[in-house]
Design a protein around this ligand. Structure first.
Ligand code: SF4
Length: 446
C-alpha cells in the first residue's frame, strides 16, 4: 500500500558534480525526477540513499511513501526558457528518473512525466528515460516525436529472464511488471523507431547470475530487436545492504545473507569508495560470459566498472552532440596509441572536438584526475607515467613499450589502491520539502 503525497519543487533539473565517479562512469550530467520514492520498491534499489535526505520520510519508506512533484512541468518550463535564453543551459540529455521510476503506477494518475516530455519537445531539448514500466507505451507519440528530431532515447531495466521463478521475482522486484510484458514493451518501442537500450543491472549473485539465466535473458532481449545492452552486477552500499539484508531475512533466506556477506564484504572490494562489489575475478567471468553471449547474438555489449576491455562495439563512440564522453571514450583515446604515452592535451582536443556539451568544470576535473594519476585506477592494461613534470597514460596490455612522445617516462607510485575521491555525495538542489536528487545516471551512452 503506497501513500501518495503531492509536493511542489523549487527546481527540477539537477547537474551532477564532476569527479572520478562521474567522469569514469556517466555520459549524462543532467537529471530530473518527477517523483521521490518508487512504488516498484526493488530490494536492491540504491535510491533510498538519496531519499534518506527527505525530512518527511525514512529510507525504509522509499517504496510506500511516494512524493509526486506536481508542479515539475511548470518548473521545468521555466528552467528551460530561462536557461536557454540566458545561455546558462545548453542542449544536453536530461535523464528522467535517476532516483525514481518516472513511469511507476503513480504516473498513470498524475501524468507529470508526460507533461515534462511535452515541455522537452516544445523546447527541442534532449531527454532520456530508464524504466521498468510498460506505462512508457502511453507516451509513445511523444517519444516518437522526440526521436524524429534526434532528441529522445528510451531505456529499459531488465534483470531476469522469463524463466526465473516467481519467488525470486517477488524477492527482488515485487511490484514491477513481469519480464514478458517488458520484452513486449521493448519490441513496441523498437518498432516505433525510437532508439532504445536495455540496462541489465543488477545481475544478482546466487539469484539471477547463473550462466543459463544470463544467456537466456540476453537472447530474449536480442529477440525484441534492441541492439544495445549495458550489463552490471549488484552493488551494495552500506545502506543498500542493510535494506537488502532485511528483505532476505523476511524471505527466510539466512543462508543467502551469509553468502552475500562472504562474496561482497569479506571477499569483495569497495568500488569508488562507495559500494561493495564481488571480487574482480567474479565480475570478469560474469561480464565475459555476457559479452561472449552478446557477440553470438549480434548485439552490442558494455558493462560497468573497470572492464572497458570487454566492451563489444563502438556504440559509445557514436557521434552524439548531447552527451559527455564516458570513461570508455577516454580509454579508447589511450588505447588508440597502443604502447605510446598519451598526453592530456591530445585527449582534451579529441573531447573538445567531438563532445560540444562538456563544461570547463569537466576539463578542470579531468586535468586534476589525470595529473594525479587517478583517471584509470584499477583499469587493466593502462599505466600512468610521470617524468620531469610531464605525465600521461600508456596502454600496455599485450604490447611492447614504445615511447616516442615522451622521453623515458617512469612509473608513478603504484596505482592499484582504491579510488577515494568521494564516498557519498550530499544533495545539491534545494526544494521546499524534499532534498535534491543526485546521481545516478546509468552508465550508458545514448
Ligand atoms: S524501479 Fe528503479 S527506482 Fe524504482 S525501486 Fe526499482 S530500482 Fe529503485
Amino acid at each position: 500500500m503506497t501513500t501518495l503525497i503531492e509536493t511542489r519543487c523549487k527546481s527540477f533539473i539537477n547537474r551532477l558534480n564532476e569527479n572520478l565517479f562521474t567522469i569514469r562512469t556517466y555520459s549524462i550530467r543532467l537529471s530530473g525526477n518527477p517523483y521521490a520514492g518508487c512504488q516498484f520498491d526493488c530490494a536492491y534499489c540504491y535510491a533510498p540513499y538519496v531519499y534518506r535526505f527527505n525530512r518527511n520520510a525514512t529510507p525504509e519508506e522509499f517504496g510506500s511513501k511516494v512524493f509526486a512533484r506536481v508542479n515539475a512541468p511548470q518548473v521545468l518550463e521555466r528552467e528551460l526558457e530561462r536557461g536557454l535564453s540566458s545561455g546558462r543551459l545548453q542542449r544536453e540529455y536530461v535523464d528522467l528518473g535517476t532516483v525514481t521510476d518516472a513511469y511507476q503506477p503513480a504516473e498513470a494518475r498524475y501524468g507529470i512525466t508526460r507533461r515534462c516530455l511535452e515541455v522537452f519537445l516544445r523546447h527541442e531539448f534532449p531527454v532520456t528515460v530508464l524504466t521498468k514500466s510498460t506505462l512508457v507505451l502511453r507516451d509513445l507519440d511523444l517519444w516518437q516525436a522526440l526521436a524524429e528530431k534526434g532528441l529522445g532515447v528510451v531505456g529499459f531495466t531488465l534483470t531476469r529472464p522469463t524463466t526465473v521463478p516467481a519467488d525470486v521475482k517477488n524477492l527482488l522486484e515485487p511490484y514491477s511488471p513481469g519480464t514478458g510484458q517488458l520484452l513486449d514493451a521493448i519490441r513496441t518501442v523498437v518498432e516505433a523507431g525510437i532508439p532504445t537500450f536495455v540496462f541489465v543491472d543488477p545481475v544478482v549473485p546466487f539469484l539471477t547470475a547463473e550462466p543459463a539465466l544470463v544467456q537466456q535473458l540476453l537472447a530474449e532481449i536480442a529477440a525484441t530487436g534492441n541492439r544495445k545492452v549495458f550489463f552490471g552486477v549488484l552493488k551494495l552500499s552500506p545502506l543498500t545492504w542493510s535494506l537488502f539484508r532485511r528483505r532476505l531475512q523476511e524471505a527466510q533466506a539466512p543462508d543467502l545473507v551469509s553468502r552475500f556477506e562472504e562474496l561482497y564484504i569479506r571477499r569483495g572490494v569497495k568500488e569508488f569508495g562507495r559500494s561493495w562489489v564481488p571480487p574482480y575475478e567474479y565480475r570478469e567471468a560474469l561480464y565475459r560470459l555476457a559479452r561472449d553471449t552478446c557477440r553470438e547474438l549480434g548485439i552490442g555489449f558494455s558493462c560497468e566498472g573497470n572492464f572497458f576491455h570487454l566492451w563489444l562495439d563502438d556504440w559509445a563512440e557514436v557521434e552524439d552532440p548531447y552527451r559527455h564522453p564516458s570513461g570508455y571514450n577516454l580509454w579508447r583515446a589511450v588505447r588508440a596509441r597502443r604502447g605510446e604515452p598519451v598526453a592530456l592535451a591530445e585527449v582534451r582536443a579529441r573531447i573538445a572536438d567531438r563532445f560540444p556539451v562538456v563544461s570547463d568544470q569537466y576539463f578542470d576535473t579531468l586535468e586534476s584526475l589525470w595529473e594525479a594519476g587517478k583517471l584509470f585506477e584499477e583499469v587493466q592494461g593502462v599505466e600512468f607515467w610521470r617524468d620531469d613534470g610531464r605525465c600521461g597514460y600508456v596502454y600496455t596490455d599485450g604490447v611492447s613499450e614504445r615511447r616516442s612522445e615522451m622521453s623515458a617516462p617512469v612509473p608513478s607510485t603504484p596505482l592499484r589502491t582504491g579510488p577515494s575521491l568521494r564516498s557519498e555525495q550530499a544533495p545539491t538542489e534545494g526544494e521546499e520539502d524534499l532534498p535534491a536528487d543526485e546521481e545516478r545516471v546509468p552508465a550508458v551512452a545514448v
